[in-house]
Write a protein that binds this ligand. Structure first.
Ligand SMILES: [Zn+2]
Length: 384
């Protein structure tokens, strides 16, 4: 068995469900220990960065014999929950696939990047530069791991090994969460003169959001990502049938594309509320931004993108018609690295069922991914 597959199975067998998603879940400490041990045994210098209680990033460093460029591999070691899965931590291998929670998202990517360190070490080490293998916590929730990572570590290029079907992803969307509240006046349902219906006031906001979404989706399309969009995610209001509701509360999500200024959603909502109060002085509403993460994009012609493309084509028969450069709809840690000034791409194995009840990864693609990473480390770190 290829060592990368052995490592992958070992990682899948360790429960590392994110405790911020599933209260009481195992968290990343056991898988972090295993990875630290693995990288130490390969001769990498291992750094443990305690991000929060019992949730450590593990960073392995391989120094070249001469100065050169620094390359980072970055992968998250948490997974989503396992509800509905029969054997989430039993890494069954069948028909060229490994099944189990995290097999695709993204213990296969983590195994590929750690095992790339092994191949480099066993073939005489790194000639030049430095390789940083960063295993981070909490990507499936708030990415506190990646946030902590960039406070201590920098690189001249980074590959986030999320599953991309062996394509190179150079862009993804961002998101913003905004909370809106409308304020009415509670009153007995029989006394319309005394009451003001906060839910119907929110209805006006929803109508505006509907128009905004249509406008977002009719604006310029990003060539790899499509358009921005929004949806009303959660709504709450009212106390009982016979009363005018005094409050209605909405939490919405806006997906952003590169080129949109940070805070776009919060500003758009504030404008809507301003317009509604100008039209009716009795309208009362307020909003605040809850959380936001930027979209990510790196230029097609960036030298790091070219280096990854070259490494990929040296190790892969690109005959299957998949485009080499793609965009991904979902947000990833590449945005955190990019915001910290590290040119980043996503490149990882193929599979299916991420976050689903049957998750698997294609074994051959894990091996190819590892081989491409090795090739990239040799060329990029030496400045070739
Ligand atoms: Zn992931």
């Amino acid at each position: 068995m290829d060592p990368v597959v052995h490592l992958l199975k070992g990682l899948v067998a360790i429960d590392s469900v994110n405790p911020a998603l599933v209260p009481g879940a195992a968290g990343e400490s056991a898988v972090a220990r295993a990875l630290a041990e693995q990288m130490r045994s390969l001769g990498l210098t291992v750094h443990i960065q305690e991000v929060s209680d019992g949730r450590p990033n593990v960073v392995g460093v391989l120094d070249g014999r001469a100065p050169g460029r620094c390359l980072m591999f970055c992968g998250h070691i948490d997974t989503v929950g396992v509800a509905g899965m029969s054997q989430p931590f039993d890494p069954v291998e069948r028909d060229g696939r490994v099944y189990g929670r995290g097999s695709q998202d993204m213990k296969s990517g983590v195994a590929a990047m750690v095992d790339a360190g092994r191949v480099l070490q066993q073939s005489g080490g790194l000639e030049q530069g430095q390789l940083i293998v960063a295993c981070v916590v909490d990507e499936e929730h708030a990415s506190i791991g990646a946030d902590a990572l960039v406070t201590r570590w920098r690189a001249d290029g980074a590959v986030v090994t999320e599953p991309t079907d062996l394509a190179i992803a150079i862009a993804h969307k961002g998101f913003e969460w905004v909370e809106i509240e409308t304020e009415g006046v509670a009153a007995h349902g029989s006394r319309p003169a005394d009451g003001r219906d906060a839910i119907r006031l929110m209805g006006r906001v929803l109508t505006e959001l509907d128009a905004l979404d249509r406008s977002l989706q009719s604006r310029g399309t990003h060539p790899l990502l499509g358009t921005a969009s929004l949806h009303a995610s959660l709504i709450q209001g009212g106390r009982e049938l016979s009363s005018y509701p005094d409050r209605c509360h909405l939490q919405m999500e806006r997906r952003t594309i590169p080129g949109e200024a940070p805070g776009s959603a919060a500003r758009e909502v504030a404008e809507i509320l301003g317009r509604l109060s100008a039209a009716d002085p009795a309208f009362k509403g307020s909003s605040r931004q809850m959380f936001a993460r930027s979209p990510y994009q790196i230029a097609t012609e960036h030298p790091f993108v070219a280096a990854v493309q070259e490494a990929r084509s040296s190790r892969q028969t690109v005959a299957d018609g998949t485009p080499a450069l793609i965009g991904m709809s979902f947000w990833t840690d590449a945005s955190v690295l990019g915001d910290a000034g590290i040119p980043s791409v996503l490149f990882g194995p193929s599979g299916a069922g991420l976050h689903g009840v049957e998750e698997w990864v294609d074994v051959a693609s894990v091996i190819t991914c590892r081989d491409v990473l090795v090739e990239l480390a040799r060329s990029w770190c030496s400045g070739r």
